[in-house]
Design a protein around this ligand. Structure first.
Ligand code: SF4
Length: 199
């Protein structure tokens, strides 16, 4: 199982294959690996002990950041993300980042951004759309139409307890929708990154 994999100066953590969305652009629909890694499909959801053991194979001095991303939604396992990130920081105070769909509050049925405080330095949230209708179409979340507003609330909460917060959209949506997404992100004071579909 590929639990950790390097891409350039980042060490990625593949902590889960679980996800509550079915994004039309999801890389999992097109390939089994990212950035030259082995298959990112897991035999089972890894334990903290397995992650710690895998970490021994890597030298944190070789990386600028550790990124929770992989082949699923990391915050499906938010407790394990926080525990493993805290463990990593006990070894070296390296930057930690989570790439997330921002639906953690709906997944766990409570406010969750505060759990990331201290363990996670940066959160990149998939905005994906300028409004709830387009969001529903593009991400197909298990929680339905309320998902977009919940994701925005999570982003606002992250701004109060995480050092760096940014949004991303994939160029799957139209130029007009990207522009509207930019305006929404700006209104919330959160930078927006536009990702190319194949990335
Ligand atoms: S949230 Fe991420 S892992 Fe889940 S379907 Fe969308 S792109 Fe794929």
């Amino acid at each position: 199982m590929t639990l950790l994999y390097p891409i350039e100066n980042s060490l990625y953590v593949n902590i889960t294959n679980l996800c509550c969305c079915k994004c039309v652009f999801c890389v999992r629909n097109f390939t089994d690996s990212v950035g030259g890694s082995d298959s990112l499909w897991l035999d089972h959801e890894p334990t903290i002990e397995e992650l710690k053991s895998e970490l021994e194979k890597f030298n944190l001095d070789d990386y600028e950041e550790v990124v929770f991303c992989g082949y699923g939604e990391p915050l499906m396992r938010i407790n394990e993300v926080v525990e493993f990130a805290t463990y990593i920081k006990s070894k070296k105070n390296i930057k930690t980042r989570v790439n997330t769909n921002g639906l953690s509050d709906l997944i766990h049925k409570k406010k969750t951004a505060v759990l990331l405080k201290d363990a996670i330095d940066a959160v990149s949230i998939s905005l994906n759309a300028p409004n709830k209708e387009v969001y529903l179409k593009v991400t197909q979340p298990a929680f339905g139409i309320k998902s977009f507003d919940a994701m925005l609330d999570f982003a606002k909460d992250c701004k109060t307890c995480v050092k760096e917060v940014c949004f991303s959209v994939v160029d799957e949506i139209s130029d007009k929708e990207i522009q509207e997404s930019q305006e929404l992100a700006t209104s919330l004071g959160i930078p927006l990154r536009v990702r190319i579909k194949s990335n």
